[in-house]
Design a protein around this ligand. Structure first.
Ligand SMILES: C[S@@+](CC[C@H](N)C(=O)[O-])C[C@H]1O[C@@H](n2cnc3c(N)ncnc32)[C@H](O)[C@@H]1O
Length: 431
């Protein structure tokens, strides 16, 4: 049997030595290379749940407070912290950033991001247009109209028309790529307004480093910022942990950031931290990977449900009663919001409001609701089938997709998961 080679490589050994010399405590973990996950942390001995595995002194963490005032003051008020930090990592002088040079060498490359993050993929695979996109890359073959990304990422469908929404609502796990694109475009506009000579490749790289590696952080004596995204810090060495759906046990005070094991581990196991309870589409869009098994995985039926409830007044009712949108599906079934939307299809308005406000069952027909919900799930399954067929056909015939076949295969596997969620949910709603 081949023994996997976990050795991380010289640059990681050098960075680990530097980290320990700076006061980082690594207690039973060390960086190692895990196929398909880049670097991660391996247990060097048995670890018990609750043990502090990594402690990083606050003196070496990188926050916006480390950006010199002269540099920060070039940005207009309200500029995102991520933009300022990314711009400083791009423009800071060697002298200013010298202490972190070994750390920078331990980070993934821009090519790693181009391979894994859909927003940097070719247009045919759902990527966006960026300042370095050449005309030929931007101009898609006009015959190629299929959206290959999952709808939670792209916000688009192949078999369903996306109707304008009567109201806008906050959504954390849908329309991910358009929101990401907007944040990065705004960051770029703010960066070049302050420093017109900024290089896109380098700036976007550092912005993505911050996006994929930062931790929540509020400095001693400071109030948490209004926007949670502005409470960010990069933690040398702690940023080696890969994600899994373990619980999260990280704490910080004015002296150090402490990360604790939330499970027992044997020597040789990979030790994980949780980046949050995220569905797989979110992990793919924001971090460039998804999990085989993810208890937080879900998809949303918003376009299907709102398209099927083809009545403006009913949309208003859903909105007024705070049931407009966010129709969530897991392998265990659909959420209560979806059930409420389903019975609005056939109940009269009075019965429906009595049902949702007072729990009355007058007019409620479980069989009808079940049929409607199964129809919605079936529509998502059709979307999955159409898209998977299109990906397979593109792998046979489209030159761009052929030269990026690993990405297309990532999407095929994700669509298979999506189909499985719908089919399991459909069984669950009959129980
Ligand atoms: C904080 S870094 C973790 C260290 C990173 N693997 C490295 O090589 O430097 C986050 C990135 O690690 C990768 N990653 C994290 N958890 C993963 C997982 N469970 N499976 C695959 N890749 C993962 C993703 O590329 C993600 O953007």
């Amino acid at each position: 049997m081949m023994i996997p080679d976990y050795s991380p490589g010289d640059e990681h050994v050098a960075f680990t030595e530097w980290s320990l010399a700076q006061g980082v405590i690594a207690n039973g973990v060390t960086p190692a290379r895990f196929p398909g996950r880049g670097l991660g942390m391996i247990a060097t001995r048995k670890i018990k749940k609750g043990e502090a595995v990594v402690q990083v002194p606050t003196s070496i963490i990188f926050t916006v407070d480390d950006v010199p005032f002269d540099f920060r003051s070039q940005f207009s008020e309200g500029t995102a912290v991520q933009t300022i930090m990314a711009a400083f990592l791009t423009h800071g002088s060697n002298e200013e950033l010298e202490k972190y040079q070994l750390w920078f060498k331990a980070w993934p490359s821009r090519k790693d991001f181009e391979d894994s993050l859909p927003l940097l993929w070719p247009r045919e695979l759902g990527g966006l247009i960026w300042p370095d996109t050449t005309t030929s890359e931007g101009a898609m073959d006009s015959a190629f109209k299929t959206n290959l990304l999952p709808p939670c990422i792209s916000g688009s469908w192949n078999s369903i028309e996306r109707l304008p929404r009567i109201k806008k609502y906050e959504t954390e796990h849908q329309d991910l790529e358009p929101a990401q694109g907007q944040r990065l475009r705004k960051a770029w506009a703010d960066a070049i307004a302050a420093f017109p000579e900024t290089d896109w490749t380098s700036f976007s790289y550092h912005w993505l480093i911050l996006n994929t590696r930062s931790f929540y952080w509020v400095g001693a004596g400071q109030d948490p910022p209004e926007n949670r995204n502005d409470a960010m810090a990069l933690l040398p060495f702690a940023d080696y942990f890969n994600h899994s759906n373990v619980e999260c046990d990280v704490k910080f005070d004015e002296n150090e950031y402490t990360l604790r094991a939330t499970e027992d581990y044997d020597k040789g196991d990979e030790v994980y931290m949780s980046y949050g309870s995220h569905p797989n589409d979110f992990l793919l869009a924001e971090y460039g990977f998804y999990l085989e098994k993810n208890d937080s995985d879900c998809i949303y039926l918003d376009e299907i449900v709102l398209g099927d409830i083809d009545n403006h007044e009913k949309h208003e009712e859903l909105w007024l009663n705070q049931y407009y949108g966010e129709y969530r599906v897991t392998r265990q079934g659909v959420c209560y919001r979806t059930e409420v939307a389903a019975c609005l299809k056939y109940m009269d308005y009075k019965d429906w409001t009595n049902h949702i406000l007072k729990g009355s069952t007058k007019g409620l027909d479980e069989n009808k609701s079940e049929g409607i919900i199964k129809g919605w799930l079936g529509a998502y399954v059709s979307e999955a089938d159409i898209t998977m067929t299109a990906i397979r056909a593109a792998l046979e015939s489209n030159g761009v997709i052929q030269s990026h076949h690993e990405k297309a295969e990532v999407l095929l596997s994700r669509w298979a998961q999506i189909k499985d969620i719908c089919e399991c949910a459909s069984v669950a709603v009959s129980l």
